[in-house]
Design a protein around this ligand. Sequence first.
Ligand SMILES: Cc1ncc(COP(=O)(O)O)c(C=O)c1O
Length: 359
Amino acid sequence: MTITATMVPHSRPFIETDELQTAIEVLRSRRLAQGGMVEQFERGMAAYFGLAGGVAVSSGTAALEVALRAFGIGPGDEVVLPSYVCAAPLLAIQRVGAIPRVVDIDLETFAIDPEAARQALTSRTKAMIVPHLFGLPADLTALERLGVPIIEDCAQTLGAMEQRRIVGSVGLLTICSFYATKLLCTGEGGMVLSRDESLLERVRTLREYDEAPSLHPGATNVKMTDLQAAIGLAQLNRLAFFLERRSSIADEYRATLDGTELVKPIVPAGRTHVYYRFVVRMTDLHNQVNGVSTVIARFEDRGVQCRKPVFRSLHRYLELEGFPASEEAERTALSIPLFPSLTDEEVAQVHVALCSEWA
Ligand SMILES: Cc1ncc(COP(=O)(O)O)c(C=O)c1O
């Protein structure tokens, strides 16, 4: 598919003078690999979450893998995760040799269903990966009651609150992704954060092996570069503005779609949404396997690139059955472009496309 000059893309990073200047400064310093910028970025992110520290790595996927290893998860251990999410959590569990226990979601919030998670617990359950999807916190309060260590996956959610707690500050370990489309981006990149210094120290021994007094068999090279970290720091300084802009665009979309049959993003009491994605559900597509693709094609004709928010539910990779909510989400969910660098003209173009489809 080709994106025309007038096409509103599904996402686009916000890169302006601060990011450009800081990247040039790092290039001029000739200090490109992991160094002082990475340390500053780690401290900045840890302060944002109110945690003891962070360990920057090369991607969110790598962060998940080293987080699991640092927590001592390996062959024979079970890790619970939701089906409706990108493949990274599943791959990380498989790479450390543990057993994934995939469970269904709560359709309203797209997050792991606490009751389904409870039913999947066994004596071998060592942890639960809890992604906060599309900018909305999962039901951390209900999940905490299960008494299983939580690894919060904040790849899609930064700054949202659950019962007055910032997401990422609740679990034993937290991971972030700074991929190009994310709330805060460094191109590729990730981080593991925790309040537990000993876990962070183990993550540090896993992310690099050079000059280590002894070699951990899981050690690898998943370091972040100073160039990436410098861009990340510039983005972190603007995060509050990014979230404000996202929230005001979400308000505009809500106003446009008011009165339509669509299920708009739901924000349960006690939680806030940061609109990493604006995902609607088209309940009339309930019985159609390719309904979402047809709608995406119509939006493309109108110059707006929409997407299925999750490519494929994980239970389908594993050939499992009995995941009605994840399958319903796959058949009916559509993500509409929402990112802080959208111009007012582009928002107006999306508004016109939304009205042509639904209003
Ligand atoms: C919920 C979630 N977790 C983890 C990841 C993996 O992050 P990365 O792409 O940086 O490896 C993603 C990426 O899309 C994600 O959406």
